[in-house]
Write a protein that binds this ligand. Structure first.
Ligand code: NAI
Length: 509
């Protein structure tokens, strides 16, 4: 099929002009394309057109575009009364209600209206592109074009090949995505597509570890911001999106993957979803909210005024031992250098993936004096420590006081394989690798999509390469061994590259 995605008179149809549809209209018109828009609710398309005009005018006031450009963009937008008037379109993008039957019915109707080489695209966020297209007479020209909310601000667009989508269609949508001033990333149809799949690693692992009592919500958020470098913690993010969106999406992805344990939802999310404790929009979620709808985080306790007499650092983890010893020296701690800890010394271990209990038992250390310190991530902004279930509070306080003695906050969590950040980031990397392994998308595209679509500091592959594939593999293997839960089994893409000591971006020919 010959389709000229660069033609200057390209006309895009947008059906459904709610939050997403109007954003798509805005970027299409601003990008120089003609737009026809419609909505089943009378007056809705005109309202959306007025909204787009307001947005473009505001952009002009801020100097983002000229007033002449606003006028010509608005002249390119036409409101039509029904999909039956989409005949002139070269591409039609559907952004109606998220309902399979409604979408299938709309495309069946459209198929009889538009020309045979018109591309049909869905902006569905959670339904299968292949399934929506399955009832079409010509599923070959049907694909997913998944934008992010708010469209004008979110640069990413996922171009999704359904099982029967022909190459020319996705290639054309990649070009059109760029003409819409987005960054298109191509992938094959999969539950959660790309970004929403990776996002499960962040939110669900946080929910699992909170459910397990490792740490409170605010502490997990603090660690992921200060240690992991994320702009927002997982609970803050779920609150902002709302549990009415996050939880059903999680259940859907889990079930569409035939109950793949990696995507297993968690009860603390479902309970809130069912109780209407949804987050910011309901005034209560994992956090309480003040009158200005700002989340009220419980204050962090002041570090104890405690300090160890002597401290011994386990040499079992070479890197962790080196990093921690250097930090303790700067703090002026009295460090023992013998092969075994002295009788009363505070014992510090630096596990990658193990919990404090495993370290104490396997290294034959006194569990009452053992405290684990997370050294996988930079320790400049926050430190995470945990004891065994029998660590004496005197020793735990001494470790806390010592590690906070230069003014850097310390989070104390309960014993956990992989503390907080190690396990959450390892799950993100593992899911990224499973997407690459299934050939859903290219590794570099996965990283690009995740940084643009989720605002993470790194995509899964960059995280893996910066922290070390072998270490990420170790975190997952330890979790898998300690919990016996296939949720944590390392993906084979990750395992092979970790064993070979090569970058996670390494592709097989
Ligand atoms: P919305 O509720 O804001 O807008 C939907 C619009 O479609 C409404 O104006 C409604 O009147 C209209 N509509 C419903 N049925 C229709 C039909 N049969 N024919 C024509 N118009 C119809 O919803 P929103 O948030 O804009 O979502 C639209 C689609 O985009 C959904 O498939 C959603 O899953 C997807 N999406 C939503 C994102 C979000 O963050 N809101 C992100 C990415 C995708």
């Amino acid at each position: 099929m010959k389709f000229d995605a660069n033609r200057p008179d390209l006309t895009i149809g947008v059906i459904g002009t709610g939050a997403m549809g109007r954003g798509i209209v805005q970027v299409a018109a601003a990008g120089g394309m003609n737009v026809l828009m419609t909505d089943s609710r009378p007056g809705a398309a005109q309202e959306a057109r007025d909204f787009v005009e307001k947005m473009l005018t505001r952009a002009a006031e801020k100097g983002g575009m000229s007033r002449e450009d606003v006028v010509s963009a608005m002249l390119r937008i036409g409101v039509v009364s029904s999909p039956a008037e989409m005949k002139p379109c070269h591409v039609v993008i559907e952004a109606i209600v998220e309902n399979l039957e409604a979408k299938q019915q709309l495309f069946a109707e459209l198929e009889n209206v538009v020309s045979p080489d018109c591309i049909l695209a869905t902006n569905t966020s959670s339904l299968s592109v292949t399934t929506i297209g399955a009832k079409l007479k010509t599923p070959q020209r049907f694909a997913g074009l998944h934008f992010f909310n708010p469209v004008p601000l979110m640069k990413l667009v996922e171009v999704i090949d359904g099982l029967r989508t022909e190459n020319w269609v996705s290639e054309a949508l990649m070009v059109i995505g760029r003409r819409l001033t987005r960054e298109p990333v191509r992938l094959t149809d999969a539950p959660g597509f790309l970004v929403n799949q990776v996002g499960r690693g962040f939110t669900l692992e946080a929910a699992h570890l909170a459910y397990e009592g490792v740490s409170g919500f605010a502490d997990v958020d603090r660690v992921m911001r200060d240690v992991g470098g994320f702009r927002m913690g997982p609970f803050e993010l779920m609150e902002l999106t709302g549990l009415d969106v996050t939880h059903p999406a999680s259940e859907l992805i889990y079930n569409q993957f035939f109950q793949e344990p990696r995507y297993r939802p968690n009860l603390i999310m479902r309970a809130r979803y069912e109780a209407g404790v949804l987050g910011r929009k309901s005034g209560k979620g994992f956090y309480d909210y003040d009158a200005e709808m700002k989340a009220i985080a419980p204050p962090e306790p002041a570090p104890p005024a405690a300090y160890p007499g002597h401290v011994w650092v386990s040499p079992a983890e070479h890197h962790g031992h080196a990093v921690l010893t250097e930090l303790l020296k700067k703090m002026g701690a009295s460090i023992e250098t013998g092969p075994k800890p002295g009788a009363n010394a505070l014992i510090l271990v630096t596990p990658i993936g193990d919990d404090a209990t495993s370290c104490a038992v396997e290294q034959e250390l006194d569990p009452k004096r053992t405290v684990a310190v997370d050294t996988l991530f930079p320790m400049a902004k926050r430190r995470t420590i945990m004891g065994t279930p029998v660590t004496d509070h005197v020793y735990r306080n001494a470790a806390h006081g010592l590690l906070a003695s230069d003014g850097v906050p310390v989070t104390v969590c309960r014993d956990s394989p992989g503390f907080i950040a190690q396990r959450i980031v390892a799950m993100i990397v593992n899911i990224g690798c499973s997407i690459a392994q299934s050939r859903t998308a290219q590794p570099s595209d996965i990283d690009k999509a995740v940084t643009l679509g989720l605002n993470y500091p790194n995509g899964p592959f960059k995280f893996g390469d910066v922290l070390g594939a072998e270490r990420i593999h170790r975190v997952l293997s330890s979790m898998y061994r300690i919990y016996g839960d296939p949720r944590y089994r390392p993906n084979i893409w990750l395992t092979r590259r970790a064993r070979l000591g090569v970058s996670l971006l390494t592709q097989e020919p």
